[in-house]
Design a protein. Structure first.
Length: 566
């Protein structure tokens, strides 16, 4: 889609970088942990230092023949160099294509081939040995600091040492393609969401009217920068405000990383907010905490001690998103004096759609649209549809899918069903189609996984489910022959072992967020008569949810790979 987005030139990414480079060169913007090998040392970067490295990498890219419109991919956990690489790609005139740092090799190859990447930046990764097979042998690579060993790759520090910085202030047109962000679709095939410099500029400008970030904000960057929420809020938030971004080192050091940053602004997915709560409850029984918070003289002391232990005692703006936040969780944090803003958005609209107001909690809703965002409900399906200047340009090389993503009058199909409360706050009530989100905020497309599951000779039909669980579950119905073979529980052994192996094999082929926690085995037939199967023999997901959802939490916490359901 060719669409002009009206934004002021000084809000575009490169213009903002040059302004900070000129006006605040010595301001520290990054604090980067250097890892256990460096004894826990951290490295700070000022605007001048970050832009110096960015310019040298940009000059190197141009020397390698990277130019206007070329696609340059980037796979790494969050680091200061991730952002510098992104900026260098833009400065060189190219388009950045960030990949999730946990993708399976097959998905990596699929994306690199589809976007026609000319070069790949490889940074800090935990599972490179299982990923590197996805990188074509002939692909040029640049190894960023903290990255695994890469044979034949150019080294970031070496490039910086020998390359003169790119001079001047190269600019990009506001409507130029800035990035392609791949996200799973209903088929499970990644779709490349295209955003321009203007869609990001408009989105962060609108977002900051609701999100209380400014030059004094400290933020911890740990959710993948390849995800739209972190990309918009942290990367573009930094360029807009000049805030200080701290990076997390690892899962093991996360508590230390939080204590180092003591963020004044903190965004997280519900799952982590729950873990924080569980950690507190393990040390202080919930009933005791409730009693203490009711005593005026103790309330302030208790709040300060708990939030201080979490590293959130200086947090002025807390938010959650990517999946629904349980109302009781929101109420628990509000009682601690840390109200959480619930945000709603998707890659296709730069993550800027709806949010509750800071300090005005409306549990069970995602609040009202950001300034400049229009929202409506389809009168037939109840689907939430949105329109703003932050909407994507379309899906890369997918004109038909792009057309399907929008209504005839230009509104974006979110695929989410919703309703409005009396105040006009939006409540997300489910998915119009089958794609669902886990509690980690990752979409899972069930069909491709189901296609693998039914390859087992004992499986007649199956349904992958698990919206708002940590990981998906698969309910598998045995065919008549297998059902007869297992008889009572005594005959289950060999089949259970076979199904367990089948599960392991399938999980090994999936991205981490898609991997199944368990196979739930049912022997009662799913038929047209009992409502599980359509006349064309498709499983009715709604019926599966209706009958089995009451058991999901129990199954998810059972920690058994194969569970038999009578």
């Amino acid at each position: 889609m060719n669409r002009h987005v009206p934004v002021s030139p000084d809000t575009l990414a490169l213009q903002r970088l040059y302004r900070w480079e000129e006006t605040a060169p010595q301001q520290v913007i990054f604090t980067q942990p250097m890892g256990a090998a460096e004894g826990g040392r951290v490295q700070d970067f000022t605007w001048a230092q970050a832009l110096d490295q960015t310019r040298r990498i940009a000059a190197h890219l141009r020397a390698q023949g990277i130019g206007a419109g070329d696609k340059v991919a980037l796979i790494s956990k969050n680091t200061a160099w991730w952002m510098m690489a992104d900026w260098a790609i833009w400065m060189a005139g190219a388009v950045s294509v960030p990949l999730y740092p946990t993708l399976a090799a097959g998905t990596i190859r699929q994306i690199l081939d589809h976007c026609e990447a000319k070069l790949l930046f490889v940074g800090k990764l935990d599972g490179w040995d299982g990923m590197k097979a996805g990188v074509p042998a002939a692909m040029a690579c640049i190894r960023m600091p903290l990255a695994p060993v890469l044979d034949g790759a150019a080294d970031w520090d070496g490039i910086v040492a020998r390359t003169a910085p790119l001079a001047g202030q190269p600019l990009r047109d506001s409507d130029d393609l800035a990035t392609i962000m791949y996200t799973s679709g209903t088929t499970g095939m990644p779709k490349g969401v295209m955003h321009s410099f203007a869609t990001f500029a408009w989105s962060i400008t609108s977002g900051l009217k609701r999100v209380a970030f400014d030059k004094d904000t400290r933020a911890l960057s740990y959710l993948p920068l390849s995800h739209v929420a972190e990309r918009t809020l942290i990367e573009h938030g930094l360029m807009a405000t000049g805030m200080h971004v701290y990076f997390a080192d690892s899962l093991e050091t996360f508590a230390q990383d939080l204590q180092r940053a003591r963020p004044t602004g903190f965004f997280s997915v519900p799952r982590l907010w729950v873990k924080f709560q569980q950690g507190v409850s393990a040390k202080m029984p919930p009933e005791k905490l409730k009693r203490m918070l009711k005593v005026p003289v103790l309330r302030g002391i208790v709040r300060k001690k708990i939030l201080g232990a979490l590293g959130l005692d200086q947090c002025k703006f807390a938010s959650g998103g990517a999946a629904p936040m349980p109302p009781e969780l929101l109420n628990w944090y509000a009682a601690l004096g840390l109200p959480i803003v619930e945000a709603y958005g998707m890659t296709e609209n730069c993550g800027v759609s709806h949010a509750t107001l800071h300090g005005v909690q409306r549990p069970g809703t995602v609040g009202q649209p950001y300034e400049g965002v229009q929202s409506r409900l389809d009168p037939t399906t109840g689907e939430v549809q949105v329109k703003s200047h932050g909407l994507m340009l379309g899906y890369f090389k997918e004109p038909e899918l792009t057309a399907q993503a929008f209504t005839a009058d230009g509104w974006l199909h979110t695929g989410d069903k919703g309703s409005l409360d009396a105040e006009g706050n939006l409540k997300i009530t489910g998915r119009v189609k089958d794609l669902f989100k886990t509690s980690k905020g990752k979409y899972v497309a069930p069909a491709p996984i189901e296609d693998k599951l039914v390859m087992h000779n004992a499986v007649e039909a199956c349904c992958v489910t698990g919206a708002n669980l940590g990981q998906p579950l698969a309910i598998v119905m045995l065919n008549a022959e297998a059902t007869a073979r297992v008889g009572g529980s005594a005959g289950r052994g060999p089949l259970e072992a076979s199904l367990r192996l089948h599960l392991q094999t399938i999980n090994a082929s999936l991205d981490p967020h898609e991997q199944l926690d368990a196979l739930i085995v049912v022997t009662e037939p799913w038929t047209v008569d009992n409502g599980f199967i359509t006349p064309t023999l498709k499983v009715k997901r709604n019926r599966v949810e209706e009958v089995y959802a009451v058991h999901y939490e129990r199954w998810a916490t059972a920690r058994q790979p194969v569970i038999w359901h009578a």
